[in-house]
Design a protein around this ligand. Structure first.
Ligand SMILES: C[S@@+](CC[C@H](N)C(=O)[O-])C[C@H]1O[C@@H](n2cnc3c(N)ncnc32)[C@H](O)[C@@H]1O
Length: 283
């Protein structure tokens, strides 16, 4: 028996195509760089802390999970003796970084930068002064054994007085679902903690971008992390062979409780709803 199918409708060619929305025209990596990253502040922290703990300036930096490699590019621009290696296993984001960020460098500066497409768990590089793993990307590693392997792997790549710089967050709010909106220049940044598993500490997060024309770029980025605690991370770092692992916690204004752009080495933290910090592990 033959099945009758309705005749195909002819496309109405008189309807003008809708102009693209702001979301359709936007570039998610550009929006990410504008809303999430503050490489200048992060590199200042690395510079000042490294000099304070070693008595010298760092010159050779490796940026793990480098994404668009903006931090490596800015490191190169900082001082003419600086060199950088960026590592990421995603070719698409590395290519974007080459096109938009590395292209800002002069030929001489480009010679001081190497981008490697590889898994940070396996990569072998020259010895470096500093490895930075920022934006919580090392929280992709959910098993303790994998985290230990990563920390050991990084330690092998550090010079004798080298250091690993990690960022982290803590406080009651990181163990719950929530949304946080921030107004940026020309768009809104939305951080969504969409799912949290209170047994495994697995947190699923999305970044969305909203635009003035009401268009939305939903789930521009999605991450599934384990929320690690400072204490357990320090224990793993020491087990990996690091001589010291210090937490630098964000300071809060005594009167207003407002978070400040200042980080102090301390083991003290009140019951903050949310705090940001760094862990600096010396080889
Ligand atoms: C949240 S982005 C971080 C970008 C940048 N470091 C920052 O501070 O904003 C995470 C990046 O880590 C990369 N990534 C995740 N796991 C990786 C792994 N095992 N090895 C190398 N890159 C990895 C992803 O491709 C992605 O570009």
């Amino acid at each position: 028996m033959s099945v009758q199918t309705p005749p195909a409708k002819k496309a109405n060619t008189n309807i003008p195509a809708a102009p693209p929305t702001m979301a359709q025209q936007a570039d998610r990596h550009m929006l990410y760089q504008e809303s999430v990253q503050n490489s200048e502040f992060e590199l200042d922290f690395i510079d000042e802390t490294f000099e304070a703990i070693t008595g010298r300036k760092a010159t050779v930096m490796r940026e793990d999970f480098c994404g668009t490699a903006i931090s490596s590019v800015e490191w190169i621009q900082r001082r003419e003796e600086n060199t950088a290696i960026g590592v990421d296993f995603d070719r698409e984001v590395l290519d974007w970084g080459r096109k938009h960020n590395v292209s800002q460098l002069s030929d001489e500066q480009k010679m001081r930068l190497e981008l490697i497409e590889a898994d940070v768990l396996d990569v072998k590089t020259q010895k470096v002064d500093v490895v930075q793993a920022y934006n919580f990307s090392y929280w992709f590693f959910q098993e303790r054994a994998t985290m230990l392997r990563y920390f050991k792997q990084v330690r092998e790549s550090l010079v004798d007085d080298g250091a690993l710089f990690l960022d982290m967050f803590g406080g009651s709010e990181c163990y719950q679902t929530q949304k946080e909106k921030r107004k940026m220049d020309g768009f809104k940044y939305i951080w969504e903690q969409a799912e949290f598993n209170a047994i495994t500490n697995e947190l699923k997060c999305h970044i969305h971008f909203h635009f003035p024309d009401k268009s939305k770029m939903k789930k521009a980025f999605t991450y599934v992390w384990r929320v690690w605690g400072a204490r357990e991370l320090r224990e793993i770092l020491l087990e990996a062979g690091y001589s010291d692992a210090t937490v630098y916690r964000q300071k809060f204004d005594d009167k207003t409780d407002e978070a400040l752009d200042e980080y102090i080495a301390t083991d003290e933290a009140e019951d903050y709803a949310c705090w940001l910090g760094y862990i600096v592990a010396r080889r």
